[in-house]
Design a protein around this ligand. Structure first.
Ligand SMILES: NC(=O)c1ccc[n+]([C@@H]2O[C@H](COP(=O)([O-])OP(=O)(O)OC[C@H]3O[C@@H](n4cnc5c(N)ncnc54)[C@H](O)[C@@H]3O)[C@@H](O)[C@H]2O)c1
Length: 275
């Protein structure tokens, strides 16, 4: 694909096979970027890459665990090989709320460490490995994947929430540091995406989908492309004066926090929500 607002740009997407990351890989490729996708799941990565290639996109696959320093080094090599060391866009997408525990009291140090490694540590490592290319060329856009729970409490996941608040704080501080080099750093904060990690059926657990409108202002779960569209904007020149921010992509849940459309359709309530 040689047209589109990211035409010819090299874009790295971690966890770029499935879910939100899959949507991001497809979107950026459709916008003309030469996508380097790294993922744990070889079969899913190949399937997404085949779909992108069939649509005329340019994609390179690397299979590996982004928590491993060797994968980060291989990713830097793979990305550098695409266009003589040029790297225009980095999307640090990998993250997971699991292992969640019943509550913080029952959580263990091993769980905190696992949550740290899958939500925050690799964001530092990958950014540290790819940022020099952006600084050298005097341009670049980094987009991190945080969560609304960096801003709103979530029971049973306090460490997950803390590490994602870390992702958003890292986004802000790094943006201040690297703006002088023409590099922008932003994040998205998703909620309620229908993905393999949080499938809609599991979130609904048999409840009537009609109830969605009572706690989700836009009345539906998010689709990967809803998040990818915002990532494409942040990666593009249209966001040339935007840096240091985390943009919620949540169908309005953060804005509505604590407020629920009444089951009887008579307005909204911040009280226990009975018909
Ligand atoms: N799903 C949601 O509603 C939601 C809400 C808030 C934040 N997020 C954030 O969005 C991001 C993506 O979420 P999702 O629901 O699409 O996830 P997902 O689990 O459905 O998909 C993650 C993708 O990353 C790959 N992956 C996972 N661990 C990896 C690793 N260690 N190394 C390489 N690849 C790895 C998976 O194989 C998969 O392709 C995460 O950072 C998550 O915390 C999601």
């Amino acid at each position: 694909m040689t047209t589109g607002r990211l035409a010819g740009q090299v874009a790295v997407v971690t966890g770029g096979a499935l879910g939100i990351g899959g949507g991001i890989s497809r979107r950026l490729a459709h916008a003309g970027a030469r996508v380097v996708l790294v993922d744990l799941d070889a079969a899913a990565a190949d399937a997404t890459a085949a779909e992108i290639a069939a649509a005329g996109g340019d994609v390179t696959v690397l299979v590996g665990d982004i928590r491993q320093p060797a994968t980060v080094a291989a990713l830097a090599d793979a990305a550098s090989a695409v266009a003589d060391g040029r790297i225009d866009v980095l999307v640090n997408n990998v993250g997971d709320f699991r292992p969640a525990s019943r509550d913080f009291l029952h959580s263990t140090e091993d769980q905190w460490q696992a949550l740290y490694e899958v939500n925050l540590l690799h964001v530092f490592r990958v950014t540290h490995a790819l940022l020099p290319a952006m600084v050298r060329q005097g341009s670049g856009a980094i987009i991190n994947n945080s969560t609304v729970e960096a801003f709103r409490g979530i029971p049973a996941s306090a460490p997950y929430s803390a590490f994602n608040a870390g992702v958003s704080a890292f986004t802000k501080s790094l943006a201040v540091e690297v703006g002088q080099h023409g590099v922008r750093v932003n994040a998205i904060a998703p909620d309620l995406a229908d993905t393999p990690q949080t499938p809609a059926e599991l979130m609904l657990r048999g409840r009537d989908p009609e109830l969605l409108r009572t706690w989700l202002p836009l009345g539906r779960f998010g689709r990967p492309d809803d998040y990818a569209a915002v990532v494409e904007f942040l990666a593009s020149d249209d966001a040339r004066f935007v840096t240091g921010h985390t943009i919620p992509v949540d169908g309005g849940t953060l804005a509505a926090s604590g407020w629920y459309a009444r089951a009887d359709r008579k307005g909204w309530s911040n009280m226990p929500n009975e018909a």
